[in-house]
Design a protein around this ligand. Structure first.
Ligand code: IPD
Ligand code: CA
Ligand code: CA
Length: 265
């Protein structure tokens, strides 16, 4: 497998897709709802996913594609090369704010993340990594992550998880929120994982994400020594929806062992 070639194409396509999204800012979006009134999708989410799928099918016809908007393949296993595509992660932000969203793309081989790309379109910041080759922000290498403690940590999480909800006993997270230096919520899983990778936050917690939300970001953050598991401490399978805990080394263990150990999920 020529991974350099796949990497080069992937970066080029993501840049091109980003340009298409920037050009759409002056146009009227067609907005629809999906599973509920707050689950939004636009013509751009669909157009960008189709753009990637056309490119991948044309250039790498043997590869499989799992995309959020459903134009890809029915993926039952991670055998072979699988692309995980979120054409716009943070669609609500894209619609309301025209910022705080990203394109996320992960390329996996037999379930192992090989390439990760997260593109912050508005800031023209391309975060990218190939397994074993370091992670970069545009051309600049991103430094490795160092350990930290809860009391010095900023933790990214959605307020939903500290209110009564049906996915987690919110009482478990209250001490973590209280003891951390601060919390943040950005509404874009892909960028929140990147914020861990770049040290802007120290951990990110979500109770339910899909493989396309975290496929690309996980390759990047792991390349820097960050730890990616679900809230039970297991590696996600990158096939199904799961909870997610991404954190600096050390802090990840502390959150799992000292705050989440009594959780039942
Ligand atoms: C969503 C964002 C959000 C997360 C949701 C995701 P989308 O992705 O990443 O931050 O909390 O669970 O579904 O729908 O904007 O691609
Ligand atoms: Ca997403
Ligand atoms: Ca999306």
């Amino acid at each position: 497998m020529n991974w350099e070639n796949i990497y080069t194409h992937a970066v080029q396509w993501v840049e091109e897709a980003g340009e298409r999204i920037r050009l759409s800012f002056d146009k009227t979006l067609n907005i629809e709802t999906k599973s509920n009134p707050n689950d939004l999708v636009t013509n751009m989410d669909k157009e960008i996913e189709q753009f990637f799928i056309n490119k991948i099918r044309e250039t790498f016809p043997g590869h499989k594609i799992m995309g959020e908007e459903g134009f890809g393949d029915e993926i039952q296993s991670h055998d072979g090369v699988v692309w995980l595509i979120d054409p716009i992660d943070g669609t609500m932000n894209f619609i309301h704010q025209q910022r705080n969203f990203a394109i996320s793309l992960g390329v996996f081989e037999n379930g192992i993340g090989k390439i990760g790309l997260v593109y912050d379109v508005v800031h023209n910041e391309m975060y990218h990594a190939m397994r074993g080759k370091g992670a970069y922000l545009n051309e600049k290498p991103i430094p490795k992550l160092e350990e930290t403690t809860v009391k010095e940590a900023i933790i990214a999480l959605n307020a939903t998880w500290v209110m009564k909800n049906h996915r987690i006993d919110h009482n478990l997270l209250i001490p973590l929120v209280r003891e951390a230096r601060g919390t943040r919520s950005y509404g874009t899983a892909a960028l929140e994982i990147i914020f861990v990778a770049t040290g802007r936050v120290d951990a990110y917690i979500s109770m339910r994400l899909s493989p396309w939300d975290f496929g690309g970001g996980s390759v990047i953050v792991e390349e820097l020594g960050g730890v990616v598991t679900n809230l039970r401490g297991e590696k996600p399978d990158f096939l199904s929806k799961d909870s997610l805990l991404v954190a600096k080394p050390g802090l990840h263990q502390t959150i799992l062992n000292e705050y989440l150990k009594d959780g039942k999920w």
